[in-house]
Design a protein around this ligand. Structure first.
Ligand code: SF4
Length: 546
């Protein structure tokens, strides 16, 4: 008798939890929390209940989940070392205070807005204030009791914290010089405000699979790094001389870095909000919700490819086809806006560098005073953790630069001051393994002393854990915080080294086995930079050299 061969077991691919394919039942704890109650609803509970009954009364599902929809995270208890990260329960690791992220969409601040943030920092946040690499300001030590009063002050000047964190459309980044830079392709401010006003805080998009990062810019230096955002509108001019946007989708870093893909379209300015709505709806409906580590838009874009993504967007969401459009120009080597430059209207802007984004409430007040004394009061935050004062008459620019320098805010910073960024790190972040902010600030000082004449572009990004809040994969030298073993065999704070990352081109390579202790970081970087400086050929970049 012949026996029939048994077919190999058919491997069924598990669904990815996409709503559009019928997976409406939550497949993990985060999805369950979101289904149980919209994150936006926590605002009223904070105002009516938690601010009156105190930290200990907060429902854990709100505290460690929905509070993020209001820009609030619990912060790390001081003194808990990096070895305990991941080993302790949340309640053992966290303090009874909050980090509060204030949205600054487009990085645009008026004088009264800056003064309000400065005042909130000194009154409610022990003077803390960090400029983030998404143009926000982060405060620490915020008590739940003070949150309603802080919101009232922010809202009185048109600021807020809604959807600054959580599985939501986060702060929309824009060129800080939108409407100001002489060489911009388009001032994206009207479209940025339009998207913000229509959709931020709307229940239509308050339950996305994960965080969702937008940029909209007409800046020729591509300062908003469209390559690593979920959705990016990049200013272009088509063959008919019309100005509009090319659209990129699916960029992101973290543990699976991917560059965004161009959809190859041309979007007229007045269509921008529809296209944003369409792309965001694709993410909401088709985005993966089974596993948190596959829930960013980049995984869907990688699996589908740009052509299919565009087809679904046009057929299922827009109901019309977008015309093909040109690709943007190549980015300039330095994408920040530090220094003194002419504006469109003949005034000048003055961009300056704090160290690793760290300022404080008092200093923000000083910056507000200087912006009023020398300019119109308008200030911008950049995505490189820097700031810009606008509308300065040419003859006053040097006096302003001198006054800023007296407060350690450099208009002509060293390479190290200009291009070193750091994430929050162990000081406040519950996921951190090592210190970052202070380490980066010390590193800048050390390198300025050791290598006073080094003037080549070189970015150093310092991260406190394997996440990528400080964009380590696209830095010349990316430092990923971890515990390492020192010469005495002890576990100490240190970094895994990544070298040669370049935005849109290549991710930094992890140098196998190359780690340094935090204490040895200055020596390591000095060695690398000296070698680069001695061996590079004319015009050779660090990424090309390594
Ligand atoms: Fe925290 Fe890690 Fe992000 Fe740094 S990179 S802020 S340590 S999560």
């Amino acid at each position: 008798m012949r026996t029939r061969a048994v077919p190999p077991a058919i491997k069924r691919k598990k669904g990815e939890g996409q709503w559009a394919l019928g997976y409406r039942e939550p497949l993990n704890k985060n999805e369950e929390n979101k289904k149980n109650d919209d994150g936006l609803n926590v605002r009223q509970r904070i105002i009516d209940i938690y601010s009156k009954t105190g930290f200990d009364s907060i429902d854990p599902a709100d505290l460690r989940g929905r509070f993020r929809w209001m820009g609030l995270y619990t912060q790390r208890k001081p003194g808990i070392d990096g070895g305990k990260t991941g080993a302790l329960e949340d309640e053992e690791l966290e303090d009874k205070y909050f980090m509060m992220r204030i949205r600054i969409d487009g990085g645009q601040l008026s004088g009264p807005q800056l003064r309000t943030i400065a005042d909130i920092s000194t009154t409610y946040a022990r003077g803390t204030a960090d400029i983030t690499d998404r143009q926000n300001v982060q405060l620490h030590w915020v008590r739940i009791e003070d949150v309603p009063a802080i919101w009232e002050k922010l809202e009185a000047v048109g600021l807020h914290t809604i959807e600054a964190c959580g599985d939501t459309p986060r702060t929309i980044m824009g060129c800080p010089l939108a409407g100001i830079a002489e060489d911009e392709i388009i001032d994206a401010t009207p479209q940025l405000r339009d998207i913000h006003d229509r959709y931020i805080g709307s229940p239509e998009f308050s339950n996305l699979p994960r965080k969702y990062k937008t940029t909209l810019s007409g800046c020729t230096s591509h300062c908003t790094v469209h390559e690593i955002n979920d959705i990016a509108f990049v200013g272009v001019k088509n063959d008919e001389g019309e100005v509009g946007y090319q659209v990129f989708v699916g960029g992101g870093l973290s543990t699976n870095p991917m560059f965004a893909q161009s959809l190859g379209v041309f979007v007229k300015p007045e269509q921008t909000h529809e296209v944003w709505h369409g792309v965001t709806s694709v993410f909401r409906d088709y985005g993966y919700r089974r596993l948190r580590n596959r829930a960013r838009l980049k995984f869907l874009v990688k699996d589908w490819g740009a052509a299919k993504f565009r087809e679904v967007l046009e057929k299922e969401y827009l109901g019309y086809a977008l015309p093909d459009g040109p690709e943007p120009s190549a980015p300039l080597p330095n994408r920040d806006h530090v220094g003194i430059r002419r504006q469109q209207d003949g005034y000048f802007y003055v961009g300056f560098a704090p160290r690793a984004g760290r300022v404080n409430g008092e200093l923000l007040g000083v910056i507000g005073d200087l912006a009023e004394k020398y300019g119109s009061g308008r200030v911008r935050t950049t995505i490189e953790q820097k700031m810009v004062i606008l509308d300065v008459p040419e003859e006053k620019t040097e006096a302003l630069a001198d006054e800023l320098a007296r407060h350690d805010l450099q208009v002509r910073p060293s390479t190290f001051r200009r291009q070193t960024m750091a994430c929050t790190g162990i000081e406040y972040c519950k996921l951190a393994i090592v210190d970052t902010k202070q380490r980066a600030m010390d590193l800048i000082d050390e390198l300025e002393k050791r290598l006073p004449d080094f003037d080549q572009p070189l970015s150093i990004n310092v991260n406190g854990c394997p996440n990528a809040c400080a964009r380590i994969q696209v830095a010349d030298i990316g430092l990923k915080g971890q515990l390492v073993v020192d010469d005495n065999g002890d576990q100490v704070e240190g970094f895994q080294i990544h070298l040669g990352g370049r935005l849109g081109a290549t991710f930094g390579k992890k140098v196998r086995g190359l780690k340094t202790t935090s204490a040895g970081l200055g020596d390591y970087i000095e060695r690398v930079v000296r070698n680069f400086d001695e061996q590079r050929t004319d015009g050779e970049t660090f990424a090309a050299w390594v």
